[in-house]
Design a protein around this ligand. Structure first.
Ligand code: AHG
Ligand code: MN
Ligand code: MN
Length: 285
């Protein structure tokens, strides 16, 4: 990979071991809140600062935005607009469960629709560190190793596709806060699939990518647009799952067709096997 997108992916690859190494000793919450009104961990800020500095140094990157920053940091020139969730599922740090880093590369200024994505990926900090990358209509999974010779990225699976027979489901939010039509859909799914919910979207989406199924953080009675952010979570994950042969939805349409109006807008997120997402859209009215 030798173009700007490739350089961006190389930066995220090389930064992943530093993010992972930086988790130790950064479990305390900072006093400041992020633009979504959520408390930030020192680990969130550390990951965000590493990615901002290194991604803005890539020739061709016009700006860096993250869920931890109110404003976009412009580089002054370039044609690609990067949006990151530097540490997804950071509340899992205290319980030592999986977390991720989400990368979205748009070729339009932010906030941009998912159709403007040219690449999207996530790093999963699990038992091993992996990168799942969607670009050029295909999804590739890599292992990232931090060796004495430097950071290595090697392909473990090409043309990743969601298995045709769904196995797992995971739904965020509290049951009493779900809308009745979503809850009725869940009751059907509970009879068919196995529960896998770990509190970090990337870990839960990874289960869906590996075994087939559905992940959702739906609209809630207390939060009409759910919890997850379109630019930093919904669009990139929707792009990856759709590149892998699945579907995404805000409840009515592909996440990639949701018209953005604000950088930090939230959106109900549902991703997984096409048949399940179509059933879900039929159930929500
Ligand atoms: P982040 O740590 O980047 O704010 O993301 C956390 C999100 C997402 O990873 C996960 O699906 C969801 O929060 C979990 O929310 P609950 O704690 O309400 O289950
Ligand atoms: Mn985050
Ligand atoms: Mn997140």
């Amino acid at each position: 990979m030798s173009d700007t997108v490739s350089e961006i992916v190389d930066v995220v690859t090389e930064t992943a071991p530093d993010v992972r190494a930086g988790l130790t000793g950064r479990r305390e919450y900072e006093t400041s809140e992020n633009p979504s009104g959520e408390q930030m961990l020192a680990a969130d800020r550390h990951a965000d600062e590493l990615l901002e500095e290194r991604l803005l140094a890539v020739d061709g990157v016009a700006g860096y935005a993250s869920e931890e920053r109110e404003e976009i940091v412009e580089s002054g020139d370039g044609h690609l607009h990067v949006a990151c969730d530097p540490l997804d599922g950071s509340s899992n740090l205290k319980s030592n469960n999986v977390m991720g880093t989400i990368l979205a590369v748009y070729d339009e200024p932010l906030p941009a629709p998912g159709r403007a994505l040219v690449a999207a990926g996530y790093v999963l900090y699990g038992p091993i560190t992996t990168l799942v990358l969607a670009r050029d209509d295909t999804v590739t999974e890599y292992v990232i190793d931090d060796t004495d010779e430097g950071v290595e990225r090697r392909v473990v699976e090409e043309d990743v596709t969601i298995p045709a027979d769904p196995v797992v489901y995971g739904f965020g939010g509290r049951v009493p806060d779900w809308h009745d039509d979503f809850e009725a859909f869940v009751r059907e799914i509970e009879d068919e699939l196995k529960l896998r919910y770990g509190g970090a979207m990337i870990g839960d989406v990874s289960q869906v990518m590996e075994y087939g199924g559905i992940f959702a953080y739906p609209a809630l009675q207390s939060a009409e647009n759910g919890k997850l952010r379109l630019q930093f979570e919904g669009n990139p994950i929707g792009y990856i799952v759709e590149c892998a042969g699945g579907r995404s939805s805000d409840g009515e349409q592909s996440l990639l067709d949701v018209e953005p109006d604000r950088l930090h807008q939230r959106v109900p997120v549902h991703v997984g096997n096409t048949e399940l997402i179509e059933r879900l859209e039929g159930a929500l009215h």
